[in-house]
Design a protein around this ligand. Structure first.
Ligand SMILES: Cc1cc2nc3c(=O)[nH]c(=O)nc-3n(C[C@H](O)[C@H](O)[C@H](O)COP(=O)(O)OP(=O)(O)OC[C@H]3O[C@@H](n4cnc5c(N)ncnc54)[C@H](O)[C@@H]3O)c2cc1C
Length: 450
């Protein structure tokens, strides 16, 4: 007999609704499924529900679990996101992963980035390409320094590693949140598209940039910032040939780069100005063609890496952010609901900090929430307010800074670009403070009750 435990991380694990129906049809008593105790029309009771099994949701669930607190993660998709590319994690992200006890597992699979090569591509012609390649030996270099740790990790592996830390019944796939409302008893009622209803004391919205939980709390849609990104992950089964450095090409209204991720994978991106987000394109052959067209006069290395990219890792994303203006933006928590990661603070990827900040949020929230849950409801509200205060001070400036950096990097004016490429970028790259936003301290999450 197949049990749900064997399909926990498989392609089509069961939803809460399916679990209930399955057990009802077979008259089986589930071995580990503690929450399946009632019919679909009943309201399940949960202490903590997390909406979304992305980086924010899973890292929040793992942090809670490390402190002995159970949560239920609802994910709309049928399984963990297995496609997609990689994320560059800086030392703040690694500190959180260490606190969660998974840092070394990931480190052993991914290369530590040793430095940075920046190139300028001023003329946009074949001649510029030759000049660009000659510049290689003289390119701007900086080693990140002993206190920094930069590695790109595959999103798929990061998600799987986090999910494996959780008990088998923690994530419910095919569980899309459809409606949310506050109840008179102070609990929050969540209704899923399949009709399942769950009442929870605390709801943690980790449901990404188009978060239904954030919308319910009064947050506006994120703003499109005027450029899009193509991304992919080149696959080299026999070993990739590149040094472990970030390679960045600055153009006019367009920039591109690549970075080796592991001995067999190389991440690449192309960011280009576009007045509108444009149509949603999912056909990988079209995505590849459009990307290569954009950079056809650029270093052939980039074209080669794009050619080595499997279809399921190539994506086009319109970039967005949302500034948390003091006094104007809604509070991050209201009546037992709170936001983590992109659901609260979508930011542009120009500092490589979206996922790092989601990880930080998770650990800060959990360290405040767990003692408050034990102390009582009024303490929970205080804990959520304290989370908002601490995190806002970090997130708001980071979002603005990422936006400004992106605006500079996407400039089109030739004179301004020349100043940027010849003066600004070399200076900034040599300055240590360029990465001071990655400073973050975090206490280990010590298992006390599990
Ligand atoms: C081009 C680009 C490059 C980036 N590079 C980096 C980088 O190098 N370093 C870095 O730190 N960050 C980077 N980021 C940012 C990073 O990808 C995000 O900050 C991070 O993925 C946010 O994680 P999240 O869990 O908050 O949201 P998501 O990853 O979006 O997860 C949200 C989850 O919620 C689920 N969900 C949504 N709605 C519902 C619903 N109604 N019911 C149930 N589930 C639902 C979704 O299916 C999804 O699984 C980059 C982003 C982009 C766009």
């Amino acid at each position: 007999m197949a049990t749900f435990s064997s399909s926990f991380l498989s392609l089509h694990p069961p939803s809460l609704h399916q679990q209930t129906t399955y057990y009802a049809q077979k008259s089986l008593k589930p071995k580990y499924l503690t929450i399946v105790s009632s019919t679909v029309s009943d309201i399940r009771k949960e202490e903590i529900v997390i909406v979304g099994a992305g980086i924010a949701g899973l890292s929040t669930a793992v942090s809670l679990h490390r402190l002995g607190v159970r949560s239920l993660v609802l994910e709309q998709a049928e399984s963990l996101r297995t496609g997609g590319t990689s994320l560059t994690l800086f030392k703040n992200g690694w500190k959180v992963l260490d606190a969660m006890g998974v840092g070394d597992q990931l480190r052993s699979q991914y290369l530590e980035i040793q430095g940075y090569d920046g190139y300028k591509n001023r003329k946009w012609k074949r001649a510029a390409l030759i000049q660009l390649q000659r510049r290689r030996s003289k390119s701007t270099k900086c080693v990140f320094g002993n206190s920094q740790e930069v590695r790109a990790v595959e999103r798929r592996t990061l998600l799987e590693t986090l999910a494996k830390q959780l008990p088998l019944d923690s994530i419910s796939f095919s569980s899309k949140l459809a409606n949310i409302e506050k109840q008179q008893d102070g609990q929050t009622l969540l209704e899923l598209v399949d009709g399942t209803r769950i009442s929870s004391k605390v709801v943690i919205g980790c449901d990404g940039i188009r978060s239904p939980v954030a919308k319910w709390m009064g947050f506006p849609e994120p703003n499109y910032v005027g450029y899009c990104a193509f991304r992919g992950l080149g696959d080299y089964p026999d070993g990739q040939p590149y040094e472990s450095r970030v390679n960045y090409v600055y153009g006019r209204g367009i920039r591109a780069g690549y970075v080796p991720v592991s001995p067999t994978k190389v991440y690449w991106f192309v960011c280009f100005n576009s007045p509108t987000p444009g149509p949603k394109i999912t056909d990988p052959s079209v995505l590849k063609k459009l990307t290569k067209e954009l950079i056809k006069k650029w270093p052939s290395e980039l074209q080669n890496i794009i050619d080595a990219t499997p279809d399921d890792t190539i994506i086009r994303t319109p970039l967005v952010d949302r500034w948390l203006w003091p006094g104007l933006s809604p509070p991050v928590s209201s009546g037992g609901a709170v936001l983590v990661g992109d659901a609260w603070h979508p930011m542009t990827p120009n500092l490589g900090q979206g996922a790092c900040c989601a990880l930080e949020d998770a650990v800060v929230l959990v360290q405040k929430l767990v003692p408050a849950l034990e102390a009582g409801p009024t303490f929970v509200e205080d804990a959520l307010r304290s989370y908002q205060k601490e995190r806002w001070q970090r997130i708001f400036p980071m979002t603005v800074r990422a936006n400004v950096v992106g605006a500079i990097l996407q400039l089109e004016n030739p004179v301004v670009c020349a100043i940027r490429d010849n003066v600004l970028v070399p200076k900034l790259v040599r300055l240590g403070p360029m990465l001071e936003h990655t400073n973050f301290e975090c206490e280990p999450l010590l298992r006390t009750r599990v």
